[in-house]
Unconditional design. Structure first.
Length: 444
């Protein structure tokens, strides 16, 4: 029996209504059981302080037991981390070693230090190889670089890498198109090379195409893109001798002085902190008059900072929800108190994603979820349909942008194998998520 056009139209409407009711119920059920942000009892300290590094689509975690974990990957997958293409929204273990002490992750390579002061690298740049940089070679497993055991600090920009040795010397390698290596040229270098002759460097930070460092006398230096003209060698960018710490991310440098003041340097300073910067400038700008800042983390066109009383403050743009203040805030012109209190075991604002490892071993993120794949054609149609519904009924806004967290989202917890190493957790378990076994293939 053929259905009349009116009957077909009625059935279609019923089906759409049923789907919408199901979606609302599922979302309500998820929100009902979704944990709110909280930090539980601290875990034992472990043998190494955890560290988080992130770029646009990849994050790497150094866990407190000395193991390495990574997740993310969309456009390039995790080809700078694992030996074969993989995308994951939760951390996967890198190899099986548990003697890592530092990690630095860029878009092209991952670098790490071990307890013995040795340097390791893997990814797409072919670091440590003699001759010109091999931009297509892929080492999928950690490979030792050189034989030295006196490496002290490492950091990475978009595709360049800085390192300090115990003797205070500064080293660099990777992309150099903007002079970000500081050797006086714009030549790519595949081997870590000492920059200058000074041996009094004590801190380093890398932006996308620029570099910054502190000397032991408290002076602040910069080179690469981000100045009136690209500096091909380190140049002192402020006359002060009381600089205490620096943090860089993409095009932003945040710095603290020993007097507790907070400073910003960025070509986008007027959008990061519009209450203090009203036009284009390359100068360092003081953020307010407060003198009780104790920590600062630079993000992409934003930053997080902490005060002596333990409170966290955030400032800048919120185009992907990365400052965690909810969907109705697009920008914060001056530091605004973050509504959640936490004591970070590790913290990384990054590009579009902010990541926090609490002292209880829980991993939280907000902003764009790393590893969220490109939507299929069918999903795009559903999103378009939902967007039309949200336009008509704004209260249904939670139905779209499911890969964006406007407030902290509980992503993961340290697994049993890590907790056992800290003296907690089950006594026996197996790990099936290990990828990429280290190889000791030294390069001079």
């Amino acid at each position: 029996m053929n259905k009349s056009p009116g009957m077909k139209k009625w059935l279609t409407r019923c089906a759409i209504a049923a789907i919408l009711i199901l979606i609302v119920l599922l979302v309500f059920e998820h929100q009902l059981h979704a944990p709110g942000f909280s930090v539980g009892r601290p875990l034992p300290p472990g043998k190494v302080r955890p560290q988080l590094v992130t770029d646009w689509e990849t994050a790497v975690l150094l866990a407190p037991d000395g193991s390495l974990w990574a997740w993310g990957g969309t456009e390039f997958h995790l080809t700078n981390v694992f030996p074969h293409p993989v995308t994951s929204q939760v951390p996967l273990r890198i190899g099986s070693d548990s003697d890592w002490s530092q990690v630095a992750g860029g878009t092209m390579n991952t670098l790490a230090l071990k307890d013995d002061g040795s340097l390791w690298a893997w990814g797409r740049e072919g670091l440590g190889r003699s001759g010109p940089a091999n931009l297509t070679h892929h080492d999928g497993t950690p490979t030792r670089i050189g034989t030295e055991t006196n490496w002290a600090l490492i950091c990475s920009g978009f595709a360049h890498y800085l390192a300090l040795k115990n003797d205070g010397s500064l080293w660099a390698c990777g992309d150099n198109g903007q002079g970000q290596l500081g050797d006086g040229s714009t030549r790519i270098m595949s081997v870590l090379t000492m920059i200058g002759t000074a041996r009094d460097w004590r801190a380093i930070a890398a932006g996308s195409f620029d570099s910054f460092a502190l000397k032991s006398n408290g002076t602040l230096w910069g080179w690469g893109k981000g100045h009136i003209s690209n500096d091909l060698t380190p140049r002192q960018i402020d006359s002060g001798t009381n600089w205490l710490s620096i943090s860089a991310c993409l095009n932003t440098l945040m710095a603290r002085k020993t007097d507790g003041t907070l400073w910003l340097k960025s070509p986008n300073a007027m959008v990061i902190a519009s209450a203090f910067v009203h036009g284009p400038t390359e100068d360092l700008t003081q953020i307010g008059k407060d003198r009780d800042w104790t920590q600062v983390y630079a993000g992409f066109n934003s930053f997080f900072a902490r005060k002596k009383d333990g409170s966290w403050w955030v400032c800048g743009l919120n185009y992907e929800g990365q400052i965690g203040l909810g969907p109705n805030i697009t920008a914060v012109p001056s530091p605004q108190r973050f509504p959640f209190d936490f004591d970070p075991w590790a913290f990384a604002p990054g590009g579009q994603t902010t990541i926090l490892l609490g002292i209880d071993g829980k991993l939280w993120t907000w902003g764009k979820r790393l590893g969220a794949g490109q939507p299929s054609a069918a999903r795009l149609k559903i999103q378009a349909f939902l967007a039309a519904m949200v336009k008509r009924f704004p209260s249904l806004g939670f139905l779209i942008k499911s890969d964006i967290d406007q407030t902290p989202h509980l992503l993961w917890e340290l697994p049993p194998e890590v907790r056992r190493a800290l003296g907690t957790g089950p006594k026996s378990a197996t790990n099936n998520s290990t990828l990429g076994q280290p190889t000791d293939a030294s390069h001079e």
